[in-house]
Design a protein around this ligand. Structure first.
Ligand code: ZN
Ligand code: MN
Length: 494
């Protein structure tokens, strides 16, 4: 039994997630500063987002609208009246010494998201969706890279005040040994919804979507245990690893007769484990109080109804439609869901590809590429439209499957368009029979043993010769044609 299986034999895990999403608005939450990523330090700042005396905030209507749309897509009730609150604490990346957030009066409450995993659907309760602002960014200069031992620290306030939506789940019990995978599936499903809504670019690697992962263990039938909170988990894979490593760590603590501390922990990408941080603050430590500089929000119910009516087709509905249109079995759909390619296949079909081909590419070669680079398929630098173009070139006979894979490799390596890669790398089917005949002769001459086998009736052996010719022509020949030429030369009837 592995350590993990051992832990699961004794304890039941409960997880929960707090997800922060940077909205893709043009301007910041409470001022007109640009939200554009990558500008020079402190160039997108003003008295409001620098917290200068006397500066007054004005709420960004687009950000409120986006938050309501997220709430609606997550089946939440929208508050008819709510307020911002000050969350008071000092940190150098937050010049006001408080974060404008929401506390006891969030904009959206009591929703859920149905998350398919394995052959089950897990209903993840959504406790709240609220609106707040991001902080600036500290850079600690020195060998440690951390504040302790830094030579000096720099702070960039460009990110301070960018609208941030926080989505908090209820605790999710009942997933047992697949709790890590279900946690990851939840974030995947949430990201798909946010992408479909067009409210954020949801790039985990750039920090526009980041998760805090809560995990606890209890013995069957007992009360839920004390939870730990793992901060700023920045990839889907890390969400899964964070839950798994906390299950193992907490089981060891409990088995040793110890108690799990309520604390925040930091996920370490290199080891896939967490290390301890500070002991967790209580809400009262932040001295929340209603923000006096902003008027309450009271979204007009008619406006909310309109936003609801205008929601795009959400991923779950889209999945069902794709299943019906492509005639997929539930099992197929499930495999595609687990591989994270359903929406990619859908978008490839929308871009003009045949369903079967789109499915084969995403479930086959592209999933393989994603695994090799430890990415999710969705994070591969190739778009559904580009995949559809590759499929089109194969269908028209301009590329063989082997060449098409080279074209895909080229797009992944260079970020160029498919046709540019095809032109640059000279990818085209060799239909010049003379060239193929010559390559076939060379392959036979170089592999007399194989040729002898084929001549004496062991036809499958011809595969090695086909491979040699394909290699010699850099995959540019049509494998079926090559086989025919070889068999003809060896005077064997297929
Ligand atoms: Zn500003
Ligand atoms: Mn927050």
């Amino acid at each position: 039994m592995t350590v993990y299986e051992d832990a699961l034999a004794t304890y039941e895990p409960v997880f929960g997630l707090e997800t922060h999403v940077e909205l893709g608005t043009v301007s910041k939450m409470f001022c007109g500063c640009s939200t554009k990523f990558g500008a020079g330090p402190n160039t997108h700042t003003c008295p409001v987002c620098l917290g200068l005396p006397g500066a007054l905030p004005v709420a960004n209507e687009k950000a409120i609208e986006s938050t309501i749309r997220i709430g609606l897509a997550l089946n939440c009730s929208i508050a008819e009246w709510c307020r911002f609150a000050r969350k008071n604490y000092f940190y150098p990346d937050m010049p006001k010494n408080f974060q404008t957030s929401q506390y006891d009066e969030p904009l959206c409450v009591e929703g859920y998201l149905d998350v398919p995993y394995g052959d089950q659907v897990y209903r993840v309760g959504i406790e709240r969706v609220h609106l707040e602002e991001d902080t600036g960014k500290n850079t600690h200069v020195g060998t440690s890279g951390r504040i302790h031992g830094a030579d000096y620290s720099l702070v960039d306030y460009n990110r301070a005040g960018i609208p941030l939506v926080e989505i908090v789940t209820k605790p999710v019990p009942g997933a047992g040994a697949v709790a890590p995978e279900v946690a990851k599936a939840y974030v995947t499903a949430l990201r798909d919804i946010l992408r479909t809504l067009g409210v954020s670019d949801v790039r985990m690697e750039q920090g526009s979507l980041r998760c805090d992962v809560n995990t606890s263990l209890n013995r069957p039938g007992a009360e839920w245990g004390t939870r730990s909170e793992t901060k700023n988990v920045n990839s889907l894979r890390s969400v899964e690893r964070a839950v798994r490593s906390e299950i193992i760590r907490q089981a060891e603590v409990l088995n040793g007769g110890g108690r799990v501390k309520q604390e925040t922990r930091h996920f370490q990408e290199t080891t896939g484990t967490t290390r301890d941080g500070r002991s967790k603050e209580e809400a009262t430590d932040y001295r929340y109080f209603p923000e006096p500089d902003l008027v309450p929000m009271a979204p007009d119910p008619a406006w909310v109804e309109q936003l609801k009516a205008d929601l795009p087709e959400l991923p779950a509905a889209r999945r069902d439609r794709l299943r019906d249109e492509l005639g997929l079995s539930n099992d197929d759909l499930l495999k595609m869901t687990n591989a994270g390619v359903v929406d990619l296949v859908g978008a490839t079909v929308d871009a003009g590809a045949a369903g079967g081909e789109a499915r084969n590419w995403w479930m086959g070669y592209l999933t393989q590429k994603a695994n090799e680079s430890e990415h999710e398929a969705a994070d591969l630098p190739i778009t559904p439209a580009q995949v559809a173009r590759v499929i089109e070139l194969v269908a028209s006979g301009e590329l063989t499957t082997a060449l098409a894979r080279q074209a895909v490799d080229g797009v992944l390596d260079t970020g160029s368009e498919v046709d540019a890669v095809v032109a640059e790398r000279g990818l085209k089917v060799v239909s010049d029979t003379g060239a193929l005949e010559q390559a076939a002769d060379e392959a036979i001459a170089a592999n007399p043993d194989v040729a002898h086998k084929v001549r004496s009736g062991k036809l499958p052996a011809v595969g090695a010769l086909v491979g040699a010719v394909m290699k010699a022509t850099r995959g540019q020949a049509d494998a079926a044609a090559v086989k025919e030429i070889l068999l003809h030369k060896l005077r064997v009837d297929a």
